[in-house]
Each structure stands twice: as C-alpha cells, then as structure tokens.
Design a protein around this ligand. Structure first.
Ligand SMILES: Cc1cc2nc3c(=O)[nH]c(=O)nc-3n(C[C@H](O)[C@H](O)[C@H](O)COP(=O)(O)OP(=O)(O)OC[C@H]3O[C@@H](n4cnc5c(N)ncnc54)[C@H](O)[C@@H]3O)c2cc1C
Length: 282
C-alpha cells in the first residue's frame, strides 16, 4: 500500500530473513520480490531507536541512521490476560490462559477462547499459543455449544497462515522449523521443489515452490510452506487437512488432487513435493 502511494519504503528485520514463520524457502522468494517492487530490505538489522522530539524524524540501527517521516512498528504481540490477573486461573503456553480441549480453564465455570487462550497443537500434541482468526471464531462457537449443554471440542491448531507480498502468495502450516520439530521429538527431513502452478502450455501459470517437512523415522508429515504468484496460498489447505489426519508423506503423495490445465498440472505441486520427499526418506 505504501509503495503504491509512491513512498520510499525501508523494511527493517531483526532476524536473518523476512517472514520467519514461513521458513527460508519462502523468504528466499519474497525478499527479491520486495526489492524488485522498490522496498529496501534490511535483514539481520535490529532497530535501536525511534528518533525525534515532537515527531519521528529517523530510526537508528547498528551502524546507521535512516531519516523517516513515518514508522509502522510490528514487533510481535502478547496475550492480554489482564481480565484474569487477580484470579487463580492458570496461565499456559506463551503466557495465555491455559485451556483444555473444550476451552475450559483451570476454574471449571470459566472458559476462554481466542488470542487470550492456549490451544492444542495438531502436530506436537502440546499446548501452544497461536493467535489467529479462525481459532478465535471456532473456539467461541464451540464454547457456546458446550456451556449450553452440547459439549463440542474447540479443535486443534496447526498454525495455518497465508500472506501476500505484492504479487507473491505465501502459506505455511505445521512444524517447518527444524529446531521446533526436534524439540517435539521428531527427526525432520525437508525438501523444497519448484513446479508449475498450471499445465505448462496453459497461460497464467507461475513457478510455485513447495517445502515439505516429515519425520525421518515414521514418514509422518510435520509441516509445509508454499510460495508462488498463481493462487499458491490456498494450496496450503491441502497440507492443513493432511496434518489433521496425521498423514504420512506417502499418503499425501497418493491424494486424489484435482487436475485440469487452468488450475493445476497433472501432478499438483504438493504431490510433486511429496514424491521427492518420500524418495529422500526411503
Ligand atoms: C492487523 C491484523 C490483521 C490480522 N490478520 C489476520 C489474518 O489475516 N488471519 C488470521 O487468522 N488472523 C489475523 N489476525 C488475528 C485475528 O484478528 C485475531 O486472532 C482475532 O481477532 C482474535 O479474536 P479474539 O476475539 O480473541 O480477540 P479480539 O478480536 O481482539 O477481540 C477481543 C475483544 O475483547 C475486548 N476486551 C478486551 N478486554 C476486555 C475487557 N476487560 N472487558 C470487555 N471486553 C474486553 C476488546 O476490546 C476486543 O473487542 C489479524 C490481527 C490484526 C491485528
């Protein structure tokens, strides 16, 4: 939006890549896209201070100072649990209100859902805190049903997320970080492939990168990420469904995904990625 208005945009990122939750393979596509669109990307560059008296005039960072007229700050969020601060209701992952699979807190007549509450991770089976819109809506509905006498679980969360960087669409789900996968007791193996989004002869296709991560010992799919300019993001929902069913990579490879030239090649990019990953696990 800012580039569209002709502003000179600088993006400062503390970590080595943008979009860290989406993994390096996605960042490797997004960073050049941002640069090509006129954004100056400063990775591994923590901002030290916002400078100015009456209004912001510059930001300072290690070894530099960038004059600015406007700063948009996005440095993460924490759960707002103030409403239970003076109670004995227990907190859990990420400092959010600890809940069970029905959204019940440690006090039986109090339920919590959404950004203030923990959720159950689809892959690790552990409590986690991932503040996302569907989780909040789904939790609210389920709790309404439960307290009205029809117990309904709030559902697990796999961290399914999509984002757009100019014309590039990105998606991520599950465990795509090796360290997180090891912490959860898995031995992660990963593969990234590049495939066409449509049949090669059909106009409008684009290169789509799919990363899949699986457990070496069991072959279970742990997570995935996707990036591309042609309707790439929603393809992540296939992987979200596979994770929910605890599928192995071989099962993903055998999924009956739709093929017709305007929408997908015969082998959907996700099937190609599963085939390649399975080959490296065997
Ligand atoms: C800019 C932005 C973009 C986002 N985009 C996406 C997206 O694309 N996809 C996605 O999945 N998620 C997205 N999210 C996250 C998503 O919006 C949240 O996960 C979701 O709104 C959480 O719902 P909630 O009901 O838990 O909290 P909220 O929507 O924050 O609602 C909480 C409400 O409680 C009120 N409140 C707080 N304290 C009290 C109190 N003591 N008494 C009474 N009321 C109180 C607040 O005023 C607020 O109205 C985005 C968030 C932001 C900020």
């Amino acid at each position: 939006a800012l580039r569209g208005r002709g502003l000179d945009v600088h993006l400062f990122q503390r970590s080595g890549h943008v979009l860290q939750p989406f993994g390096e393979a996605v960042a490797d596509r997004v960073e050049p896209e941002l640069t090509a669109q006129g954004v100056t990307v400063h990775t591994a560059t923590p901002v030290e201070a916002l400078c100015g008296d009456d209004r912001i005039e510059a930001i300072s960072y290690d070894g530099g100072r960038q004059p600015v007229d406007l700063a948009v700050v996005g440095v993460g969020i924490t759960p707002n649990t103030g409403v239970v601060a003076d109670t004995d209701i227990e907190l859990g992952a990420g400092g959010a209100i600890a809940t069970d699979k029905f959204g019940q807190t440690s006090r039986p007549d109090v339920y919590a859902a959404g950004d203030c509450a923990t959720a159950h991770h689809t892959v690790t089976g552990e409590d986690t805190w991932m503040p996302l819109g569907l989780t909040a809506n789904r939790g609210g509905r389920a709790i309404g049903s439960t307290v009205a006498g029809n117990p309904e679980p709030v559902g697990d969360i796999a961290g399914t997320a999509v984002v757009k960087a100019f014309d590039l669409e990105c998606g991520r789900v599950g465990l795509i970080d090796d360290e997180a996968a090891r912490e959860a007791g898995f031995e992660p193996v990963r593969k990234t492939i590049t495939a066409e989004s449509r049949s090669g002869y059909y106009p409008g296709g684009a290169e789509t990168d799919v990363t899949l991560v699986a457990d070496r010992e069991t072959g279970r799919l742990l997570g995935g990420a996707i990036v591309g300019a042609d309707r790439a993001a929603v393809r992540i929902n296939t992987l979200a469904t596979a994770l929910n069913e605890e599928m192995g990579v071989a099962e993903v490879e055998r999924l009956d995904l739709a093929y017709a030239p305007p929408f997908s090649p015969v082998w959907d990019p996700i099937l190609v990625a599963a085939k390649v990953l399975r080959g490296s696990i065997q």
